[in-house]
Design a protein around this ligand. Structure first.
Ligand SMILES: [Zn+2]
Length: 289
């Protein structure tokens, strides 16, 4: 796909300032392709497809933001979203599901997202997908072919990546944190280190120099940055495995600070210690397909 020059420059800036943390301010809307926008807000990044058939979104952040999100959608095309695709079950990506469903949106997600949201919100909850799928599913809407592909045991056990094949834009969900460091791996909900590496490796086979990559968190970026993230994940895995040699205990590995040499950024909610613990546990389980 072709970008306007200004947008390319903007993306370049974004890549360079990827260290900045999540947006805390009001919503900001950014075009990322023909009939595609990204909304930055307070949770996971939202992708918006609009066109002749209407509008749908990928993820919907928190319930308290639904009004603002609908207003932003109205500015793009219409505040009615036909579909809401949930990339995984976490509340910062599905918090608005009930509000959108009450407005007539159809929630779509992997079977495991249905299972986990049902556990959290109850059987008849409007948070649950009304359409769930296994390996993959395609939306033929707005002259776009949006393929949702499930990646097992990555950030969770229910992650989908959305490929906007005509626009050449990919929404990674939380398989990709573009915050200058390592991702949160939700080991307690089926996530694993190898699952993230396998997923990113596979996604890269669909990407080219012009592909726009939307991370779950952080700025929109490109294939080069996603490649660097894969290298980082592999380096972190190698450092961890070497520290874990000979069945070293989790406590001992954390004390060794094996990730120190990577000199990464960490946040209050995801410290280096916690990251090391999650990588330790996330390397002890293999992604069984
Ligand atoms: Zn998440």
């Amino acid at each position: 796909m072709k970008f306007p020059i200004a947008l390319s420059a903007f993306l370049l800036l974004c890549t360079q300032s990827a260290i900045a943390d999540d947006h805390k301010g009001p919503l900001t809307v950014m075009p990322v392709g023909k009939q595609l926008n990204v909304i930055y807000g307070q949770g996971g990044n939202i992708a918006v497809s609009h066109g002749k058939d209407g509008l749908y979104i990928i993820d919907d952040q928190f319930a308290r933001l639904s009004g603002d999100i609908k207003k932003a959608l109205g500015d793009i095309k219409t505040n009615k979203a036909e579909f809401v695709v949930s990339t995984h079950h976490h509340g910062d990506h599905t918090g608005g599901n009930e509000n959108f469903a009450n407005d007539g949106s159809h929630i779509i997600a992997h079977h495991n997202v249905h299972k986990r949201l049902e556990k959290k919100h109850g059987k008849n909850s409007k948070f649950l997908p009304v359409i769930s799928f296994g390996d993959d599913m395609t939306l033929h809407f707005n002259n776009e072919r949006a393929n949702m592909k499930h990646y097992p045991h990555a950030h969770t056990d229910g992650d989908s990546v959305v490929f906007f094949t005509k626009a050449n834009v990919i929404h990674m969900g939380d398989i990709y944190f573009n915050l200058g460091g390592l991702p949160f791996i939700d080991v307690d909900n089926g996530g694993s280190v190898d699952g993230i590496i396998d997923a990113v490796t596979d996604v890269l086979t669909y990407a080219d120099d012009n592909t726009v990559i939307i991370p779950g968190h952080g700025k929109v970026t490109d294939t080069k940055a996603l490649n660097e993230y894969l290298v980082l994940m592999n380096n972190a895995k190698a450092l961890m495995l070497s520290a874990m040699k000979g069945n070293t205990s989790q406590g001992d590995v954390v004390a060794m600070k094996p990730l120190d040499v990577l000199k990464l950024n960490y946040s209050d909610w995801l410290s280096q210690e916690r990251t090391t613990e999650l990588f330790y546990r996330g390397l002890s389980v293999k992604p069984h397909h």
